[in-house]
Design a protein around this ligand. Structure first.
Ligand code: UD1
Ligand code: CA
Length: 458
C-alpha cells in the first residue's frame, strides 16, 4: 500500500487573470490547467488525491470529477495557500506518510520531477522538502532565503527586502511534506500571521524553529515550474506546450511547415507523413491519420480524419468524421455528426451537418446537407439545399445509392430519393422519388417569340 497522498490547491481567485472563470480552468493547449497537475501526479503511486476548491468550486469540480479517486475539500473564504492546506486537515487526518502538495497553476510540471522530489524527501527523512528553481526573472515568486547553504525561510515578493528580491532561487510552490507534524505546525501560521492571508510558505521558518528537517530539491529546467498568474503567463506557457507538441509530432514523422503558426492541442494525434501547412489549428480530441494534407487556414475541432485525406484551405470542421481518401474544401464547413465516407468529395461552400455522405459521392459546390443519409456514388449538384427544418422540427432526407440531384434543387424533408433516381435541376422536391425515376418539379419553360421587339414598339 502506498502512503503517498496528493493535495492540489485550486481554490484561489486568480485575481491577476481578471476573469469570471476560475484560473485553473483556463486552457493551455486545449486542456484545463488543472488537468496537467492531475496527469503529472499519475506518475506517482498515490493512495489519495484531494483537490482544494473554493472560487468557482462547482465548475472546477465538474471538470475534475471524472478523474478516478479524486475527492474535494472546500475552502471558503479563500485566505491564502496556508489556509487552503488547513481546510484539508480533516480529510487527511489519521494519515501518515508523505503529502505531495502542488498548485493547480503549474502546468509544465512533469511526473518524473515529482517522483524525484518524493524519493529525495524520503531518503533525507525530511519533514518538508521544497522544490526550487533558479530563474533569470524571479519576479512574483517566493524567494528561497538560505543561511550557510541551508534553507531558512521563504519570503514572498511583496514582503521581500530589495536584497531578497535579488535572490533568483524561487519557490516552485511544490512540496513533499511529512504528514505527522504538518497540521500542528500549521496552526502556528494561523496565530502568528497578521496579514489577511495565511502563507503556506511560513511553514519553512516554523519548521526551522522547531528543529525539523527542511530540505530543497532544485530542478535544472526552471521552465517546468512556471506558474500562471496572468494572461501573459498563460500565453507564454501555452507557447511552450505547443512548441513541445509540435516537436513531438515532427519527431513522429509529421511535416509541419511552420511550427510557429501551427496550433495543435495537447490531446490531438497526427499520423506520420501528414503535412500541416501554415496556420492550421487542430483542437480538442481531434485525431488525424497518416499521409493527410491539411492546408492553410483550416480549423479542426474534436474530429476524426482518417488517412490520405486532403483538407483544402479555410475549412472549419467540428465534431465530424472524414474517412480515408476523402477530399474536402476549400471553404467547406463540416459540422457535428457529418460522416464523410471513403473517397467522398466535398467542395467549396458546402456545409454538412448530421449527415452521412456515402463512399464515392460528390457535393462539389455550394450545397447544404443536413439531417440526411446520402448513399454511395451520389452526385449532389451545385446549389442543392436540403430543407431539413420546417420552422418547428428537423426532418430526415434519404438519398439512395447512385442518385443524381440536379443543380439548384431543394429537397424538402422528410423525403426520399430512390436508388439511381434523377432530380431535374431547379426542382423543389416535396414527395418521394421512386428508384430509377426522373422527378421534375419546376415551372415549365415558356418561349414567347418576338416578345422583345413587340415590347419595344408598344
Ligand atoms: C505561491 C507561493 C510562492 C511561489 C508560487 C509558485 C505562497 C504564499 N506563495 O505564490 O512562494 O513562488 O506560488 O507558483 O504560497 N490557492 C488556494 N486558496 C487560496 C489561495 C491560493 O487554493 O486561498 C491556490 C491557487 O488556486 C493556486 C495556488 O494556491 O493554484 C497558488 O496560489 P497563488 O495565488 O497563485 O500563489 P502565488 O502568488 O503564485
Ligand atoms: Ca501562482
Amino acid at each position: 500500500m502506498s502512503d503517498t497522498h496528493v493535495l492540489i490547491l485550486a481554490a484561489g481567485m486568480g485575481t491577476r487573470m481578471k476573469s469570471a472563470f476560475p484560473k485553473v480552468l483556463h486552457r493551455v493547449a486545449g486542456r484545463p490547467m488543472i488537468e496537467y497537475a492531475l496527469r503529472a501526479i499519475s506518475a506517482l503511486n498515490v493512495a489519495s488525491t484531494t483537490v482544494v476548491v473554493g472560487h468557482g468550486a462547482e465548475r472546477v469540480q465538474a471538470v475534475v470529477r471524472g478523474w478516478p479517486g479524486v475527492r474535494f475539500v472546500i475552502q471558503e473564504p479563500q485566505l491564502g495557500t496556508g489556509h487552503a492546506l488547513m481546510q484539508a486537515e480533516s480529510a487527511l487526518s489519521g494519515l501518515n506518510g508523505t503529502l505531495v502538495l502542488l498548485a493547480g497553476d503549474v502546468p509544465l510540471i512533469r511526473g518524473a520531477t515529482l517522483q524525484n522530489l518524493v524519493a529525495f524527501h524520503r531518503d533525507a527523512d525530511a519533514a518538508a522538502t521544497v522544490l526550487t528553481a533558479t530563474v533569470p526573472r524571479p519576479f512574483g515568486y517566493g524567494r528561497i532565503v538560505r543561511s550557510r547553504g541551508q534553507i531558512m525561510r521563504i519570503v514572498e515578493e511583496r514582503d521581500a527586502t530589495p536584497a531578497q528580491r535579488n535572490i533568483r532561487e524561487i519557490n516552485s510552490g511544490i512540496y513533499a511534506l511529512k504528514l505527522t507534524p504538518l497540521f500542528d505546525a500549521l496552526r502556528q501560521i494561523a496565530t502568528e500571521n497578521v496579514p489577511d492571508e495565511y502563507y503556506l510558505t511560513d511553514l519553512v521558518s516554523i519548521y526551522r524553529r522547531r528543529k525539523l528537517v527542511v530540505e530543497t530539491v532544485s530542478i535544472e529546467k526552471a521552465e517546468e515550474v512556471r506558474g500562471i498568474n496572468s494572461r501573459t503567463e498563460l500565453a507564454e506557457v501555452g507557447a511552450v506546450v505547443r512548441q513541445k507538441k509540435n516537436e513531438e509530432l515532427m519527431a513522429a514523422g509529421v511535416t509541419i511547415e511552420d511550427p510557429a503558426t501551427t496550433y495543435v492541442d495537447a490531446d490531438v494525434t497526427v499520423g506520420a507523413d501528414t503535412v500541416l501547412h501554415p496556420g492550421v489549428t487542430l483542437e480538442g480530441r481531434t485525431a488525424v491519420g497518416t499521409a493527410c494534407e491539411i492546408h492553410s487556414g483550416v480549423r479542426i475541432v474534436d474530429s476524426t480524419i482518417e488517412n490520405d485525406v486532403t483538407i483544402n484551405n479555410h475549412c472549419v470542421i467540428t465534431g465530424a468524421h472524414v474517412a480515408t481518401g476523402a477530399r474536402v474544401g476549400p471553404f467547406a464547413h463540416l459540422r457535428p455528426d457529418a460522416d464523410i465516407r471513403r473517397k467522398v468529395k466535398i467542395g467549396n461552400f458546402v456545409e454538412v451537418k448530421n449527415a452521412v455522405v456515402g463512399s464515392g459521392s460528390k457535393a462539389n459546390h455550394l450545397a447544404y446537407l443536413g439531417d440526411a443519409t446520402v448513399g454511395e456514388d451520389v452526385n449532389i449538384g451545385a446549389g442543392t439545399i436540403i430543407c431539413n427544418y420546417d420552422g418547428a422540427a428537423k426532418h430526415q432526407t434519404v438519398i439512395e445509392d447512385g442518385a443524381f440531384i440536379g443543380s439548384d434543387s431543394q429537397l424538402i424533408a422528410p423525403v426520399t430519393v430512390g436508388k439511381g433516381a434523377y432530380v431535374a435541376s431547379g426542382s423543389s422536391i416535396t414527395d418521394d422519388v421512386p428508384p430509377g425515376s426522373l422527378a421534375v418539379a419546376r415551372g415549365r419553360q415558356i418561349i414567347k417569340e418576338g416578345w422583345v421587339e413587340r415590347k419595344r414598339r408598344s
